[in-house]
Design a binder for this molecule. Structure first.
Ligand SMILES: NC(=O)c1ccc[n+]([C@@H]2O[C@H](COP(=O)([O-])OP(=O)(O)OC[C@H]3O[C@@H](n4cnc5c(N)ncnc54)[C@H](OP(=O)(O)O)[C@@H]3O)[C@@H](O)[C@H]2O)c1
Length: 349
């Protein structure tokens, strides 16, 4: 009998916020590694808001997904069969091959070997994975962050935002986090030790609330949300301020014609502002040093991971994804497909 696996494919193009019916679970023959590849049994898979930008069938910064294709995602799994001389069965790797129980790993693409066992496996998809790397390189390479600066982070209780705010705090900056709801604000000022937290859903005038928390102005805006929020912060920026465009979660469900614009552009001249986006994979050659620095911060208790692991297997994944756009996630949202290996610290999320 031929071995099979299961995967989630795009059943129809998303129109507006994603719903579970946009996806379908399929049974498929077990993928077979070619020379130089290996077969991975996924343990944890992630749901990422950025995935939404590939699900409308329209061009984005990465090519759109075709109907019937496996939905892309990051995962961590165990190699169970290898045809690569440097990767052996039993090794734990992180890769980006999708919502599937088994995937093919190929080191010519994105594969990271996880050898540091000081922290729960899930952290390697969060602070120590793409989320934390986006925060690190957004702050350090794009914004050239300096100690003593004032930093505003949006979606600051999310996976990227919670890492960005804490890294800025560790760098000696004043940090103001913006997120939806009191529970998220309590986490930001409590666990993450931000200087101020603003609930944008309860605040009539976000610009005034940020101005009150940052009376000398804002040096760096690390934005995960989109133009409407950026436009409210621009008038508060100080001379030589920098805006890091990390993500646009407010725009992923909209047609381009409906996306908010930015009006307050004069400040780019008067205040010599800079606004720059990033794609974190451009920084891949330098991830190792950032991973080590952040892992050390976490082990010393200086940097809190923020993640949740949902039960329910592959079936739970589409609904877990849809919940990101309703603000339901607690930081990095992962779905468990198999138990963690025994030699990692227990996941207490
Ligand atoms: N540039 C890169 O290379 C790169 C790499 C990875 C991720 N990213 C981007 O980074 C951003 C953050 O990613 P993440 O994984 O940490 O996700 P995340 O911030 O946890 O995203 C989900 C959160 O976004 C907020 N949200 C949803 N819809 C919103 C809206 N219309 N307006 C304002 N907030 C909204 C919700 O929080 P609230 O309750 O606070 O509203 C929700 O919990 C995403 O935009 C992602 O695409 C960029």
């Amino acid at each position: 009998m031929t071995a099979t696996t299961r995967r989630i494919v795009l059943a129809r193009f998303c129109d507006g916020p994603p719903v579970a019916e946009d996806f379908r679970i399929e049974e498929a023959p077990m993928p077979e590694p070619r020379a130089g590849q290996f077969l991975v049994r996924n343990i944890l898979i992630s749901v990422d808001p950025g995935t939404r930008s590939r699900l409308s069938g329209k061009p984005s910064y990465i090519p759109p997904l075709k109907l019937g294709a496996t939905v892309g995602a990051f995962s961590i799994g165990e190699i169970i069969e290898s045809r690569h001389p440097d990767f052996a069965p039993g090794e734990i790797v992180s890769l980006a091959d999708g919502w599937a129980e088994h995937v093919i790993g190929d080191p010519r693409g994105f594969v990271r070997r996880i050898t540091d066992r000081r922290l729960p496996l899930a952290t390697w998809l969060g602070v120590l994975g793409v989320s934390g790397m986006t925060a690190w390189f957004g702050l350090h390479r794009v914004a050239s962050l300096k100690a003593g600066e004032t930093v505003v982070v949006t979606s600051a209780a999310g996976a990227v935002g919670s890492a960005a705010g804490q890294l800025a705090r560790l760098h000696g900056c004043t940090v103001i986090g913006v997120a939806g709801g009191q529970a998220k604000c309590d986490w930001m000022t409590g666990v993450a030790q931000f200087d101020a937290a603003i609930d944008y859903k309860a605040t009539g005038d976000l610009s005034a609330a940020i101005a009150a928390a940052a009376p000398k102005g804002v040096d760096v805006l690390f934005d995960n949300v989109g133009n409407a929020m950026i436009d409210q912060v621009i008038p508060l920026m100080r001379q030589n301020g920098r805006i890091v465009v990390s993500g646009q979660v407010d725009a992923y469900n909209s047609d381009e014609s409906a996306v908010a614009g930015i009006r307050n552009t004069r400040a780019f001249i008067t205040h010599r502002l800079m606004m720059q986006g990033l794609v974190v994979f451009d920084d891949l050659p330098n991830w190792g040093a950032a991973e080590t620095a952040m892992a050390d911060h976490m082990v010393r208790g200086e940097l809190a991971g923020r993640w949740e692991v949902l039960p329910g297997g592959l079936e739970a994944t589409p609904e877990a994804f849809a919940g990101l756009f309703r603000g339901e996630n607690t930081g990095r949202r992962l779905v468990r497909l198999a138990p963690d290996p025994d030699d990692f610290p227990k996941d207490t999320s």
